[in-house]
Design a protein around this ligand. Structure first.
Ligand code: M6R
Length: 596
């Protein structure tokens, strides 16, 4: 995810910006840049690749003078990761950095900027050109920002500086994370508190469609219709012992919200800058040689495995099946002639899976482990390993490891085939951005959890195909952290028995992302509604209907599980929160299950 940092104060800005960008490196990026105001002039420096390149280019910031500036780490989505596409982007008057995606950039170019020559391929440049245009037409800067908020569609966190004004910088936000850090004699802007925590513990939240005018000794926040917002800063509860929880109250929500970063890190590890997949050839050779792929895992990892089976069959045309390890080990099905095994395990230590691995190795079969933990038992004992790069997953309920598993399986399935007709890098980047937008809908998820799920002792998830696979994971998430009995069902199966359990106010969550099955699932929704159920519908935009409470942005249908699972993770989190459960460490559960 792109990282933003801004500083206005008495000290030299560039070294502070570089330090803030270093704290944001974990988010994943492929270029970095900064813009600093000094004496009526903005100096911009940008560099492709690691931050160290920008550090060198600016002599650790010493070569760029000024006490007001903005910095950025960019993960390329619109346009290649090169210097001209790197942020900050500069027009004739303003410089700005942006995190998010402007959905109506083509329309904005046509409507306002048909005579403008663009220097980059980015959607961001449209924003800076609009600021130039609006102010050239006589609008004051704050009016131009309100105009901007009015016309921009999509997600954006912006930090803006003005070459005609050394006293202010501006923060503008919609659906992408952005905070203002409050200091003494200085103030800051950052994508998250970690970028600023070395300087201040006090932060202002900026809500969607608000903007902040930030000076050396003041922060003023306004709505998009110019109303001043009165909001107190909050103190980030960060102490060294739980620093990795950041500003989050629980690891669970932190890890849910890290999913876009994890996806971008995976892309960095398994794709080059042009989107070419890079999976070790020896793994692909074993996969090509086998006649069937057997995926073995437990719990959430098993749920990722079911989606993996689907990827191998749909994307690579290779027969595959997914099995629960504890069943497989004692009730092994008849194996094909040339089987190949894939073990999926966040921890790499799960005893049930290891028991299968030991057995199939004795039988002389080959195996790959997909795990988050380098050097773990399952990794050491298999022939090959692919890492998840999800970072430590501390909450017992797996969230980011699940998405990482699904993403790595998609990449592996795609790497098996020469041309899959999908630009996976683009599609996964879109998924990451779409998840990021969902992180802005927390109040909705909290309210729906409270209204629909929390009052009940049981709950059902229904869906078909990919949506059904997600329902299994969604149900596990809700039951394990909120203790509400929840089952995931193939929507069409309900009427073959389970519908007997539906009574007045039974919560049913329907997941609807697939064009070919959406009408069938909606019929099943009607069936439960007519028996008194309270239904939450999670739908993908292209197949959404009036009244669907949660609408997720469109992504490629085959990757929809990566997006549709996120509201379900939030619903589980907020149900557990409202019920006062021990969210990160649910009763009776361990993070790593090392006994059979
Ligand atoms: O470490 P593993 O992925 O092998 O663990 C498998 C399961 O124990 C794990 O996914 C478990 O189901 C989680 N609690 C789910 O949130």
């Amino acid at each position: 995810m792109c990282g933003i940092v801004g500083y206005i104060g008495e000290k030299q800005a560039a070294p502070i910006l570089l330090d803030g960008l270093a704290k944001l490196e974990y988010r994943g990026y492929d270029s970095a840049g900064l813009a600093v105001y000094d004496e009526g002039k903005i100096t911009v420096r940008r560099a492709v690749g690691k931050l160290v390149n920008l550090v060198e280019k600016t002599e650790e910031g010493r070569a760029v003078k000024g006490t007001l500036g903005i910095g950025h780490t960019r993960w390329a989505t619109h346009g290649k990761p090169n210097e001209k596409n790197a942020h900050p982007h500069t027009g004739s008057r303003f410089s700005l950095v942006h995190n998010g995606i402007i959905e109506n950039e083509a329309e904005l170019r046509r409507r306002f900027l048909s005579d403008t020559e663009f220097a980059s391929e980015t959607d961001t440049e449209v924003i800076v050109r609009l600021m130039d245009k609006f102010t050239a037409d006589g609008e004051a800067v704050d009016v131009a920002i309100m105009h901007l908020i009015d016309v921009l569609e999509g997600s954006y966190a912006l930090a803006i500086i003005d070459s005609l004004d050394g006293e202010h910088m501006y923060a503008v936000k919609n659906k992408s994370p952005l905070l203002v850090g409050k200091g003494d004699g200085f103030n800051m802007i950052g994508s998250d508190a970690m970028a600023m925590i070395a300087h201040t513990e006090w932060f202002y939240e900026i809500h969607d469609k608000e903007f902040a005018v930030v000076s050396r000794d003041g922060v003023e926040i306004f709505t998009s219709y110019s109303q001043k917002v009165s909001r107190e800063p909050y103190k980030a509860e960060l102490d060294l012992s739980d620093i990795s929880k950041g500003t989050y109250p629980h690891y669970t929500i932190k890890e849910i919200e890290e999913q876009p970063l994890v996806l971008r890190r995976i892309m960095q590890e398994y794709m080059d800058e042009n989107g070419e997949l890079s999976v070790p050839e020896e793994i692909l050779a074993d996969l090509r040689e086998c006649d069937k792929i057997y995926i073995v895992a437990c719990g959430t990892s098993y749920h990722a495995g079911i989606i993996g089976k689907h990827f191998f069959e749909k994307i690579s045309g290779k027969p595959a099946d997914s099995f629960v390890a504890s069943e497989f080990v004692y009730n092994m099905p008849l194996l094909s002639e040339k089987p190949f095994f894939i073990f999926i395990s966040q921890s790499g230590e799960t005893a049930d899976s290891r028991a299968v691995l030991v057995k199939i190795k004795q039988m002389g079969h080959k195996a790959l482990t997909i795990t988050n933990v380098k050097g773990s038992t399952l990794s050491r004992e298999a022939d090959h390993t692919l890492l998840l790069y999800a970072g430590p997953e501390i909450a017992v309920a797996s969230t980011k490891a699940y998405s990482a598993q699904v993403a790595v399986l998609a990449i592996l399935a795609a790497a098996l085939k020469n041309n899959i007709g999908i630009n996976l890098k683009y599609e996964l980047a879109l998924v990451a951005n779409t998840i990021e937008s969902l992180c802005g809908d927390k109040e909705l998820f909290s309210r729906l959890a409270k209204e629909y799920i929390v009052p009940s002792r049981n709950c059902f998830y229904i869906g078909r195909g990919e949506d059904y696979y997600v329902c299994l994971e969604a149900a596990l998430k809700l039951k394990e952290i909120s203790y509400i009995q929840t089952e995931g069902f193939a929507a069409g199966e309900l009427k073959h028995g389970t519908i007997a359990l539906i009574e007045k106010d039974t919560p049913v969550v329907a997941i609807i992302t697939q064009a070919n099955t959406q009408l069938n699932t909606r019929s099943n929704v009607k069936e439960v509604l007519s028996r008194g159920a309270k239904v939450i519908r999670i739908a993908m935009k292209s197949v959404s209907s009036h009244g669907d409470q949660i609408v997720v942005g469109d992504v490629h249908e085959i990757l929809s599980p990566l997006v549709s699972v996120v509201p379900a993770q939030y619903l589980a989190y907020y149900s557990a929160l409202h019920l006062g459960c021990d969210i990160d460490k649910p009763r009776n559960l361990a993070k790593s299950v090392t006994v059979e």
